[in-house]
Design a protein around this ligand. Sequence first.
Ligand SMILES: [Zn+2]
Ligand SMILES: [Zn+2]
Length: 298
Amino acid sequence: QEVDLGDIFDSFFGGGGGMGGMGGMGGMGGRQRTRGPVVGDDLRFDLEVDFSTAVFGGEEKVRIRHLETCNTCGGDGVKPGSRVKTCSTCGGTGVTVQVTRTPLGNFQTQQTCPTCRGTGQEVEEYCGTCGGKGVNQKTKQIKVTIPPGVEDGNKLRVRGEGDAGPNGGPAGDLYIFLKVKEDPVFRREGPEIYSDTSISYVDAILGASIKTPVVDGEVTIKVPPGTQPGQVMRLKNNGAPRLGNPDRRGDHYVTVNVEIPKDLSKEEEELVQKLQELRDKTKTTGAKKSEKKKGFFN
Ligand SMILES: [Zn+2]
Ligand SMILES: [Zn+2]
C-alpha cells in the first residue's frame, strides 16, 4: 500500500493534540488539517467456492456490508442548506496555540481546536442521515466473477466496493479471499488433477478399457495388460485450466488400484491354483509371451 506523506504529517501535527511544537518550530504546527476527500478502507470477504467453480470459473453472489457515501449530504456530513463558516476559535487553522513565557524563552503549546475538533470549520447543523459522518453502513449484494483456474488462498480484487472514504472520498477495494471446497473424487495441485480408480485383477492382467471421471465429465482409458497396482496413468490436457491462460490445461493423473477378491468361489480358487501351476511352468520354461511383459503374479 502506498503511504501518503501528507497523512503522516497530519497525524503528527494536526490531530495529534499532545504534540506541541517548540517556539522555533511554530511554522510547522500551524498547518490546517485536511478536510478534503480521502480514499476509504479496503475490505476483506472470505468466500467458499465449489471445487468445480474454482476449476472452471463462475459467478457468485455475495452480500457485503460496507460504508457508502451519504446520499443526503454527499459525504461532507453537513445538512444540505446549513451554513458552514470558518471556526472563530482557531480562525480556520484547526489548532489553538498557547504561548507560555519561561526563563528559557517563549514556550508554544499547540492543541487541536476544541470548538471545531481540528476541522477549521463550524457547522450550523450536521446531516441527520449520517449524523455528520458523511458515510452510512449499507448491505449490498454484489456479483463476483471467478476466473477459471483459481485456487485456495487466491484473492480477487473488486474495485471500489470497499468502504467509502471520509468527506466524499472514493471507496477502497473489496478483496475476496477464496477458500475452495474439497471434492470427494478429485484432488488438485495447480492445474494438475489427481484421482484414483479401481480395476479387477483380471483386467490388470489382461488389460481393459475403463471409464474414469475427469473434471469435465468422463473419459475412457485403455489400461494396458500387466498393469501394476498403484500404476499412474497420465491423461494429457484433462486437468484444470491455468489461471490467466484457461486455454492451456494441466494433466489428469489416475492412480490405478487393483482389487484382489476376498470371496473366491471354490471353482475360482481351483482355477487360480491352476494358474499358479501354469505360472511356475512359464517361469521355468521362459515362454515367449512373458519375456517382454512381467506378469501380475511375479
Ligand atoms: Zn449525510
Ligand atoms: Zn476551530
